[in-house]
Design a protein around this ligand. Structure first.
Ligand code: AMP
Ligand code: GLY
Length: 424
């Protein structure tokens, strides 16, 4: 099969590596890709939101399957766009329809979906310019901290946790009246603060059947000990030590099954990944968010832990027989540690030469923000590399990644040495 993968991060490098391990893949193209994906296939200079160019490329290159990495094109409706072309509508698109992607694209849609299908989540109400005053009154009834969420996509920055009612009211006004997050915050979800530990579960579904993939816990803060600004993710571990059979059974029965049934009842076309973010509140799993794609950096440990053929699973998914598939999972623990540019998530410099990758033997290095420039590999983003290792336990896996990172150099290199620290 000729496969076209959309995206350009370390997540897509992990997809590219896994897809090209399959004997079913004869040629992989990545649009637009990065220096890491180029090791597994051919990068093509098309942006993930250039739907007409993607369509043309798929037709001209006999593409047999399209796999979508990031949320943006999914929320913008790439699935529906491609399926509307009679010449392309037989080609599997791995990713949900526009309506399905709204589970990530609109917090309000996701909360309504959960309420309708009895999926445990924080109590909430939603507000716009029309009922702003009621929003203030709602805040008055809450006990801080109070969680404010911009309804739409806001580059991962749209969630505010306010310590006082005054702060919450000021932020609500900023979001709704002063467009703090642009159009994304014209509607705001205010919800109850959940106290607990977060974890993530990944599901592959054809809309009727589902398979649960390895779980993960990520580390979003820039600083060690979970201090400092939020980032796209500085590392993650799998499996999650506290996610035992009892908690997993609750996750499956209270969330995954009602989610898949909900998609069916609401006629939401969904053939792809669902990434569910949870809060473990005293042993009870509450859904914090849905994402309509795999996570980054979660994919960099989840896919290496999958031993079976992902492309074969995709074919089964597209044919509506995912239930026959057996997803084989490596029992070892895995960790990935992000190597970032100094200054990230605020301002940082690009174009620094990266050396030492050849001496890394015990880890898999996935490229995030990298590019080739005059024959040299240079930094090209905040998160530069994701270094993944296996171990008999989380600590061994993290230690291997940290040791590998010590062999890699570029000016301003930064990483967290304490990924998985709570599980020592
Ligand atoms: P989200 O974009 O919905 O994943 O939210 C971003 C982050 O905000 C989450 O990863 C949590 O750390 C935090 N968060 C979101 N909702 C809640 C909540 N109801 N209670 C506590 N923390 C939350
Ligand atoms: N690691 C968080 C995300 O992919 O959304």
């Amino acid at each position: 099969m000729n496969i076209l993968l959309l995206g350009s991060g370390a997540r897509e490098h992990a997809f590219a590596r896994k897809i090209t391990e399959s004997p079913l893949c004869s040629k992989l193209y990545i649009a637009p890709g990065n220096a890491g994906t180029a090791m597994h296939g051919e990068n093509v200079a098309i942006g993930v939101n250039d739907f007409a160019d993607i369509e043309k490329f798929a037709l001209n290159n006999q593409i047999d399957m399209i796999v979508v990495g990031p949320d943006d094109p999914l929320v913008n409706g790439i699935y529906d766009y491609l399926k509307a072309n009679p010449l392309l509508n037989k080609i599997p698109v791995i990713g949900p329809s526009k309506l399905g992607a709204t589970l990530e694209g609109s917090k309000s849609f996701a909360k309504r979906f959960m309420a309708k299908h009895n999926i445990p989540t924080a109590a909430y109400q939603e507000f716009t310019a029309e009922n702003l005053e009621q929003g203030f009154a709602y805040i008055d009834q809450q006990t801080p901290p109070i969680v404010l969420k911009a309804d739409g996509l806001a580059l991962g920055k749209g969630v505010l946790i306010c310590e006082t009612k005054e702060e919450a009211k000021a932020e609500l006004r900023e979001m709704i009246s002063n467009a703090k997050f642009g159009k994304a915050s014209a509607k705001v979800v205010i919800e109850q603060f959940l106290k607990g530990i977060e974890f993530s579960v990944f599901v592959l579904t054809d809309g009727m059947n589902y398979k649960i993939l390895p779980d993960a816990k990520d580390y979003k803060r820039i600083g060690e000990g979970d201090k400092g600004l939020n980032t796209g993710g500085m590392g993650c571990i799998s499996p999650v030590p506290f996610l035992d059979d009892v908690l997993m059974k609750k996750v499956e029965e209270q969330t995954i099954i009602p989610t898949i049934r909900g998609l069916q009842k609401d006629n939401i076309v969904y053939q792809g990944f669902i990434y569910i973010g949870f809060m473990n509140v005293n042993g009870e799993p509450y859904v914090i968010e849905y994402n309509c794609r795999m996570g980054d950096p979660e994919t960099e440990i989840v896919f290496p832990r999958i031993k079976s053929d992902l492309v074969k699973h995709f074919v089964a998914l597209a044919e509506g027989r995912l239930q026959d598939e057996i997803i084989e999972i490596d029992s070892r623990a895995a960790a990935t540690v992000i190597v970032a540019s100094g200054g990230y998530p605020e301002s940082f410099e690009k174009g620094k030469e990266i050396t030492g990758l050849d001496s890394v033997k015990d880890s898999i290095v996935f490229h995030a923000g990298t590019k080739m420039e005059n024959g040299k590999l240079v930094t090209n983003g905040g998160r530069v590399l994701a270094v993944t290792s296996f171990g008999k336990d989380i600590q061994e896996a993290v230690a291997k990644s940290n040791a590998s990172i010590e062999k890699i150099n570029f000016e301003g290199k930064y990483y967290r040495r304490d990924i998985g620290y709570e599980f020592k």
